[in-house]
Design a protein around this ligand. Structure first.
Ligand code: GLP
Length: 251
């Protein structure tokens, strides 16, 4: 816990202002250095206020994403990119379509990759991250199972981008968005824990009391594959952004 910097704010909106500021600085510094900023992005409800704030910075304060490359954590297997619940659709609706990022520079695993090409697709995703120079800053949420990306309990610390089965709790948390559990995919492609831990900076956000218990387990408990987010304790540059209710069990 000692190395982890925890920022607690009254609301998610306040918490993301600081994180968006850090992203702005990173993007501008990369621009000055003549290179692209490489951002790892997340889906789910948690990053929504961050994406809203980044869109505001783009519209009102001229923050440009033209020199940004992004890699998303994961995608459901079996969903075409234009499916309303695909993470590709999510990212377009919530962020990409509202800023000046080059769509060619936005990477998300392909949920429709043919069975026999999944392994090669995952390897190519890892290679693309490497060729971009590695991830400068990875945005994360946390699932109630302790997952990061879709690295469910049991995912090893050195796991890489791969096909995974979704935990039942994760599927039932996603059920309302899919209009019922039966429609929630059972598998996904996710960056591995090792892929995530290779990012230079990790920034995890969590809001609301229903994340309090898993946050305590992940950041005050032992480092274990049973709670994949606990691996963050061993990373050198981690910051948690929490609202009061999420931080409720952190002491
Ligand atoms: C999803 C995503 C994760 C996300 C988590 C929490 O399944 N794959 O990347 O962090 O679940 O979701 P939410 O932010 O909606 O609570």
């Amino acid at each position: 816990m000692s190395r982890i910097d925890v920022r607690i704010q009254a609301s998610a909106e306040e918490a993301v202002r600081e994180l968006a500021g850090e992203l702005r600085e990173l993007i501008r510094r990369c621009q000055d250095e003549g290179r692209r900023a490489v951002l790892g992005l997340a889906t789910g409800r948690t990053p929504l206020p961050l994406y809203s704030e980044l869109i505001r910075l783009h519209r009102e304060e001229e923050l440009s994403f033209r020199n940004v490359i992004t890699f998303n954590l994961d995608e459901y297997l079996g969903l075409p990119p234009d499916h309303p619940q695909s993470y590709r659709s999510f990212m377009r609706e919530q962020f990409f379509d509202h800023v000046d990022i080059d769509p060619e520079c936005t990477h998300i695993p392909d949920g429709m990759v043919p069975e026999e090409e999944v392994v090669a697709h995952c390897e190519a995703y890892e290679r693309a991250i490497e060729e971009a120079g590695g991830i400068d800053l990875q945005i994360l949420g946390i699932g109630r199972t302790g997952h990061i990306g879709f690295n469910e309990p049991g995912s090893p610390a050195d796991s890489r981008t791969r096909r995974v089965a979704l935990d039942e709790m994760t599927r039932s948390d996603a059920a309302p968005a899919f209009d019922g559990l039966a429609k929630v995919p059972t598998e996904a492609i996710t960056m591995g824990c090792g892929t995530i831990l290779a990012a230079a900076r990790l920034r995890l956000m969590a809001w609301g009391a229903n994340k309090a218990e898993i946050l305590r387990k992940a950041f005050l408990g032992p480092v274990t594959a049973e709670v994949p987010a606990s691996f963050l304790q061993e990373h050198e540059d981690v910051r948690l952004f929490l609202d009061g209710p999420a931080a409720g069990e952190m002491d």
